[in-house]
Design a protein around this ligand. Structure first.
Ligand code: NAD
Length: 309
């Protein structure tokens, strides 16, 4: 009933979408990588006399994400030999091409309305037997598919990869109320055997398991740092390599995740909890709001808590 996965479409070519496409390419799966059509030319495009109608400009977000993948530090997210397995495109011209793939994975901004609209567009080209999943960090799987057909919802679930997808073993799988148990079993088997993941099944509660605990820890650490007059470097010194956690110092991790994404993710819990104590923890501290307002989004913008070197 469900197709074996040999091809995929990844929608959203940001940090996670490009990283997931890279991991799929590394294990032999051809994938489409789609993103929105840019609304402005870059300086280089303008200097070349290109227009916003040019196909290369319309698919620029996904194509430049693919070029960036091989340069990722400290280790590349994919083997450049497999670059041709990823086909860049854009959502306006190429969404119809998802009708030919075995798995569609939504990896766009952490915003319920954006994801809902995209899933309704995806359903127009979807065929029964094709699994559709979301990489959301914590938005409800059930709410995301409100308005979609019963059959579509049977094929839909959360597949939450961690950053960077090539190296992080954990994958949370989140069934919705309507997800067919057969889809859950197939995706679990695929993720374990083909992608080498350790799968943890989570309930459809705000931020699932890892990000519920993770956002709590990060926000409490940030507040304690401010209250105790500590510096970012001091906190990272005792939560990173010196503690045997080579890649997970607190603020380096926040910069890697993206401060805007982290704010969306923490807000998702804040909006769902009613208990005053929990609301006090998940409320976004001003320092984070200010950094995001200044465009200091972390590594993806060149500066967050740290400046990218
Ligand atoms: P990102 O900001 O790097 O990329 C988001 C992409 O969505 C961009 O390429 C953007 O062009 C595209 N986009 C924006 N508006 C859109 C629209 N209206 N329609 C379609 N596409 C649109 O974000 P990211 O970090 O890659 O996060 C993507 C998803 O993965 C989110 O749901 C996020 O919560 C989740 N996630 C992120 C991390 C992380 O560490 N950053 C980890 C796990 C899960």
């Amino acid at each position: 009933m469900f197709k074996p996965i040999t091809t995929a479409a990844v929608i959203g070519s940001g940090i996670m979408g490009s990283g997931i496409a890279a991991q799929l390419a590394n294990v032999g799966i051809s994938c489409l990588l789609l993103d929105i059509v840019p609304t402005q030319l870059t300086e280089t495009e303008a200097a070349k006399g290109l227009t916003l109608e040019e196909p290369a400009v319309r698919s620029r977000l996904a194509s430049s994400a693919i070029k960036q993948l091989a340069k990722t530090k400290p280790a590349p997210l994919y083997d450049e030999r497999f670059a041709k397995r990823i086909t860049p495109g854009n959502l306006e011209d190429d969404l119809h091409r998802i009708s030919g793939v075995d798995w569609v994975i939504e990896v766009v901004v952490e915003n319920l309305e954006v994801k809902r609209k995209l899933l309704s567009d995806i359903e127009r080209y979807w065929r029964p037997g094709v699994v559709v999943s979301s990489n959301t960090s914590g938005i409800s799987i059930n709410e995301m598919t409100e308005g979609r057909s019963e059959d579509f919802r049977r094929h839909f679930l959360g597949t939450h990869f961690f950053n960077p997808p090539r190296y992080m073993k954990l994958l949370e799988i989140i069934p919705g109320d309507n997800t067919d148990p057969g889809v859950v079993a197939r995706m679990t088997e695929f993720a374990e055997k083909k992608l080498g993941k350790t799968v943890v099944q989570a309930k459809d509660t705000p931020n699932f398991i890892a990000n519920r605990i993770g956002t709590y820890g990060l926000l409490v650490t940030l507040r304690e740092m401010i209250a105790k007059g500590l510096s970012v470097e001091e906190v990272d010194a005792v939560t990173g390599p010196a503690m045997g956690r080579p890649k997970s110092a607190t603020f380096r991790t926040l910069d890697l995740v993206g401060l805007d994404t982290f704010v969306h993710v923490a807000n998702n819990v804040f909006e769902h909890v009613t208990n005053e104590q929990e609301r006090a923890v998940f409320a976004i501290p001003n320092v984070l709001k200010e950094l995001v307002a200044q465009g200091r989004l972390g590594e993806k913008s060149g500066q967050g808590f740290y400046k990218k070197v």
